[in-house]
Design a protein around this ligand. Structure first.
Ligand code: NAD
Length: 356
């Protein structure tokens, strides 16, 4: 295993490993950048095939959080944590206590929120042992930030359609949603309500059955969903959906989804651009959840939350226009914009854009 020379290391401020024999916890916390504030990011639980895989995931995810919060106008840094384990079998009170103590040991430099494999109940369990967890406040969704993430992706889809097709609404627009979990289901619901024709897949049959009966979506086999004949593909499952093989087969003109790290590697942004596919960078458009978590943690007036999430559309519009002008992949433009915003911040954290 390499750390400092790993391609995903990218000058992380801190990467900490924990093992607790009594509870079985094996976890990594990665703090990428705290120029804007404490690093806030999800705690993912996943049965990684190897330690290298877990390390690569946490490093890529935490870097994405730095860019996500900067572009969303939040006074937060970028960080993430992963627990190596099976969320269906390995969750115990002792595990959450050990993870909470691990988070606490960083003294607030990292604040955990929900992610794949963890749920509001798990955050609440950790909150018994550390104050550095967020995303379980008594909001309209019991602290779950997923509906806010879905709203941000929905706003982005609308903006991308307006940019690419001049479409002012979603009537009759065909969207393929990959993954009907917390975010994908809420996104499908928003799309259906707006008049879109939604095709969807999930490897969990119960999720598909529910979406078919409650939302009237059309079920598509998991292997086919990305290549459906649609206007928009929305990857809302796990990362890596967009790679050299899948990009060659895409039929949609727009990709806009919630999943983190959709591009398997850096060159995939250019591959999409070369095919004329408008890619909405994941770390830009899935920021609704971290915006929601910030409002929960800071006690901000939630009536301002929808308009803050709507601002994702404006930021995306800025990126799409710059990408057209510079003939560069949207993901490169979004990263450059995030770096510019980070460079504007003085050592006291001032200078942050304010879109709230
Ligand atoms: P989730 O675990 O609730 O849902 C993921 C769904 O994808 C599950 O229903 C799973 O069965 C399905 N799935 C897995 N592999 C699949 C495949 N190959 N084909 C089709 N379906 C598949 O997770 P979530 O909270 O909805 O998050 C989805 C994605 O969005 C993740 O990548 C997550 O990191 C990202 N994200 C989530 C949030 C949030 O607020 N929850 C915020 C930002 C980013």
């Amino acid at each position: 295993m390499t750390v400092f020379t790993a391609p995903s290391f990218d000058d992380h401020e801190k990467v900490v490993f924990a093992a607790d024999r009594a509870s079985g916890l094996r976890a990594i916390i990665a703090v990428h950048d705290t120029r804007l504030g404490a690093a806030v990011g999800g705690c993912r639980m996943f049965p990684y095939g190897s330690d290298d895989e877990a390390l690569d995931d946490v490093l890529r995810l935490s870097r994405g959080m730095t860019y996500k919060s900067a572009l969303a106008g939040l006074p937060l840094g970028g960080g993430k944590s992963v627990i190596i384990g099976d969320p269906a079998q390995d969750k115990t009170p002792a595990l959450w206590r050990a993870m909470a103590e691990f988070i606490e040991s960083l003294g607030g430099r990292y604040v955990a929120a929900e992610d794949s494999g963890t749920a509001v109940a798990d955050l609440r369990a950790m909150s018994q042992h550390t104050s550095f967890v967020s995303g379980f406040a008594a909001t309209e969704h019991g602290g779950d930030p997923s509906p806010s993430t879905a709203l941000g992706v929905y706003v982005a889809i609308r903006r991308a359609l307006a940019h690419r097709l001049g479409a002012s609404d979603l009537q009759g627009v065909r969207v393929a949603v990959q993954g009907l979990g917390h975010v994908g289901y809420a996104l499908a619901e928003l799309l259906v309500k707006a008049g879109a024709r939604v095709l969807a897949s999930d490897i969990n049959g119960a999720n598909i059955a529910r979406a078919e009966s409650e939302l009237g979506v059309t079920a598509v086999a998991a292997d086919d969903i990305l290549f459906a004949d649609v206007d928009v593909v929305a990857p809302c499952a796990l990362g890596g959906a967009l790679n050299v093989d899948s990009i060659a087969k895409l039929r949609a003109g727009i990709v806009a989804g919630a999943a983190n790290n959709q591009l398997r590697d850096r060159a995939d942004g250019a591959r999409l651009a070369d095919r004329g596919i408008l890619y909405c960078p994941d770390f830009l458009i899935n920021a609704g959840g971290i915006i929601d978590v910030h409002y929960q943690r800071s006690g901000l007036d939630r009536s301002a939350l929808p308009s803050h999430i709507e601002s994702i559309g404006d930021r995306l519009g800025e990126v799409l226009e710059r990408a057209d002008q510079c003939h560069q992949p949207t993901v490169d433009i979004a990263e450059t914009l995030a770096e510019e915003l980070l460079d504007c911040v003085n050592p006291r954290g001032e200078g942050l854009l304010n879109v709230a």
